[in-house]
Design a protein around this ligand. Sequence first.
Ligand code: UDP
Ligand code: MG
Length: 317
Amino acid sequence: MDKKVTVVIPVYNEELLINENVGVIAGYLRQAGTGFTILLVDDGSRDSTWQKLRELSKEHDFVKALRLSRNFGKEAAICAGLEEADGDACIIMDSDLQHPPQLIPEMIRLWKEDGYDVIEGVKSSRGNESMVKKVGAGMFYSILSKLSGLDMQQASDFKLLDRKVVDAWKSMNERGTFFRGMSAWVGYNRKSLPFSVGTRTRGTSKWSVFNLFNLAIKAITSFSSFPLHIVTFIGLFFLVGALILGIQTIYMKVSGMALSGFTTVILLLLIIGSALMISLGIIGTYIARIYEEVKFRPRYIVSEKAAGALNHEKIET
Ligand code: UDP
Ligand code: MG
């Protein structure tokens, strides 16, 4: 039997481009000669995106749409899509064609013919992003790769995952998800496919530097506990300093050379104070993560589904 692919696309306020882009993506899927469904997840858009998705699902049998009850963020939208998807493989991609759909036939070929379970799009260039984002992303991925021991150089969410990988991914229960990291963590037979990020066809990026910084902190704290150990190192470093200074102070006192050293005292206070603050901050960040996890709230709430002309349901909860 022919294998079927589900393409999961998170969509947030993309009324300007979604119709056209779904057409383009479907074109490449047809070219790949495989059965497919395009699963559009509306991440609580405030514009007419949901109407557009409903129309698309009426117009085309291969389009299914989910609507989240509010904006839960791209990570949650991807989760919702992967949990709903029923294909033998899932492709995850952005709605703005920055993940080049031209690569879809090649991804499907690598999966079907060469037997790879994960085909990951790796950014070989980052398109026309600002310098801050480019440098930030470079630092973030190298820190994360070192700390987590997973190879995540310039990873992206543009991936094809075989059914068994999606099922393995589903068994990861954490609430705060970081899709790129989680799909690297599960392992399996992997192949990377370099691509250069295209220019957004229309509309603007939904990610500010601040959002990206938060995502980076979330990712690092969920994939490594190393920052907590830094606290211990800072403590040890100051302990050694304290011993040396203590001996020196006692020596000065005993030999009657003790002088009033205001500068030293003030500097030490400042340094120790900031070290303590940073340490508490690191510990606080992890406690916040634990708090989020123990609440065990659902990652997202689906409010509506649309698939085909007669098949529209409002989800009652
Ligand atoms: N997106 C989403 N929820 C959000 C923000 C973005 O589902 O809260 C979607 C968006 O519609 C797009 C993808 O995630 O399909 C990537 O977003 P964007 O192009 O704004 O980010 P960038 O390409 O700048 O990283
Ligand atoms: Mg984009």
